[in-house]
Ligand binder design. Structure first.
Ligand code: FUL
Length: 489
């Protein structure tokens, strides 16, 4: 309750000042604990949970898997979906979990309109499939397996429906909403729902075979639909349409080196945020493991290398963005052997890079620490305690300072991982990394600019450095920096 009063008070003050956070002037009812005031905007609880998901998988699987196409026209017969074996969802989840993904989002309906669940809204569904293995409710199978193995489940449902006779007319909007209602009702918790931006064009449309264009901003009446989702699935993050998280602006899996989770309607011309954004709207990077979103007859021979997948991880998760990486099953309802081999090679690279945090539990000292009646509340040691809810802080008005981590012995250092305590806003604008030569601090050369941090930033040193101590120097911050994590690998 106290926190709520405090936040409301701070929010009022900031808006009263025209949105510019001037922390020294904010009221503070947190008294002697001296908890820093938020710098707005701040993430919602749904967005905090979403940030913590960090890395999850996409699965594109449906009619297109059986036609060698990326976009079906909508006129495919139901039995075109014809798995040559029983779907092995256990394998999907096992392999995806093995590479560190925390969830899976599956295409329940792509643009071709084929619903891979037993929907009541259309006959164009696996419910009417009469092939040996095609009569399956895939979200039912996958959500159950995700629960069993401890992964979160998410759903992609295309607004554009090239099969439906009423697409582009009023009748379809309610059908689409009913489809979402079914997904939100019958398959347990959904952590994220994905509403693709491809909208309208030519299609089968119940046999009309014509072009139908819509105004996506008005046609779907998304406000009503999103309200329904939040009622049915209050913890679900809505992707797109400027809801809880957004597309990063490319499908190659990279965010900007400077990456703010706050947004000003793309005023700076990209989707990875604005320093002076007015709303919390973090970015998600989507990327494919091969040439297409769906498996095809040529995908296995064109898979990305493990190093390319690792690079994607670095330019997405490593740049304050979430990563959704696509692994599409083939016609036999399994991830191909080539796909699995590549996933395991990728996992080896991740483990090699981030397997051991050399800073974990090590002593950390700072140039200054914020005072508090609670001992250790804002101590430098909070950055190495493995708890992202504790943080090192400076006093109001201090926007630069250093933290030194003593690794205890000489180690080879390749990567530094940092995290801000974003519940109170994203703050850091620039930082530098130093290593101890034995007699002096030397500025480390890095492979990319060291500007924003946010939920998570991973910085690679230009070449490995042997050192016993690492210094992170925050050189500029919107207001006093709050650092929850420094890891060294
Ligand atoms: C795009 C779609 O058109 C692709 O087919 C795929 O589903 C991708 C994730 O989003 O916009």
């Amino acid at each position: 309750m106290k926190r709520r009063v405090f936040l409301a008070c701070a929010a009022f003050m900031i808006f009263a000042m025209g949105g510019k956070a001037q922390s020294s002037q904010l009221c503070d009812v947190s008294s002697s604990e001296n908890i820093p005031q938020p710098v707005f905007p701040v993430p919602s609880e749904v967005q905090i949970a979403w940030h913590n998901m960090e890395f999850y998988a996409f699965i594109h699987y449906g009619i297109n898997t059986y036609t060698n196409k990326e976009w079906g026209y909508g006129d495919e017969s139901i039995n075109t979906f014809n798995p040559t074996a029983e779907l092995d969802v256990e394998q999907w989840v096992t392999e995806i979990k093995n590479i560190g993904c925390k969830g899976i989002i599956i295409t329940c309906k792509h643009h071709d309109g084929f619903c891979t669940w037993f929907t009541e809204t259309t006959e164009h569904s696996t419910k009417n499939n009469t092939t040996t293995y095609g009569h399956v409710d895939i979200p039912a199978l996958l959500s159950a397996e995700c629960r069993r193995q401890g992964l979160k489940f998410g759903a992609y449902i295309s607004p554009w429906d090239r099969n439906h006779a009423e697409y582009g007319r009023a009748g379809y909007v309610q059908t689409f909403r009913n489809q979402i209602r079914e997904l939100c009702t019958n398959y347990g918790d959904i952590f994220e729902m994905w509403f693709d931006g491809a909208n309208g064009g030519d299609g089968y449309y119940g046999g009309a075979r014509e072009t139908r264009s819509i105004d996506a901003n008005t046609y779907y009446d998304f406000n009503t639909t999103f309200k329904m989702i939040k009622e049915l699935q209050p913890d679900c993050a809505i992707w797109g349409w400027q809801q809880d998280c957004q597309w990063v602006g490319n499908e190659e899996g990279w965010a900007g080196e400077t990456s703010w989770s706050i947004y000003n309607n793309g005023a700076n011309g990209n989707e990875y945020g604005d320093e002076d954004g007015w709303r919390w709207l973090p970015s998600e990077c989507d990327a494919k493991n091969g040439p297409g979103w769906f498996a095809s007859t040529t995908s296995d021979s064109n898979l990305k290398t493990a190093q390319q997948l690792f690079n994607i991880y670095m330019t997405s998760v490593g740049r304050n963005s979430n990563l959704i990486l696509n692994f599409p099953p083939g016609r036999d309802g399994r991830l191909s052997d080539a796909t699995v081999t590549r996933m395991r090679e990728f996992k080896t690279l991740l483990d090699r890079a981030f397997g051991t945090d050399l800073a974990s539990g090590k002593s950390a000292t700072a140039s200054a620490e914020r005072s508090s009646s609670v001992s250790g509340k804002f101590a430098a040691s909070n950055v190495t305690d493995g708890n992202d809810d504790t943080y090192w802080a400076l006093e109001d008005g201090q926007t630069s300072g250093t933290v030194d981590i003593d690794l205890g012995s000489t180690q080879t250092v390749n990567y530094i991982r940092l995290g801000e305590y974003i519940r109170l806003g994203q703050r850091v604008k620039s930082f530098e990394i130093y290593t101890w030569s034995g007699s002096a601090w030397q500025k480390a050369s890095t492979t990319e600019e060291t500007t924003t941090i946010g939920h998570k930033r991973i910085i690679k040193l230009s070449s490995p450095v042997s050192t016993s101590k690492v210094r992170v120097s925050i050189t500029d911050s919107k207001v006093c920096p709050l650092i929850s994590r420094i890891s060294v690998y």
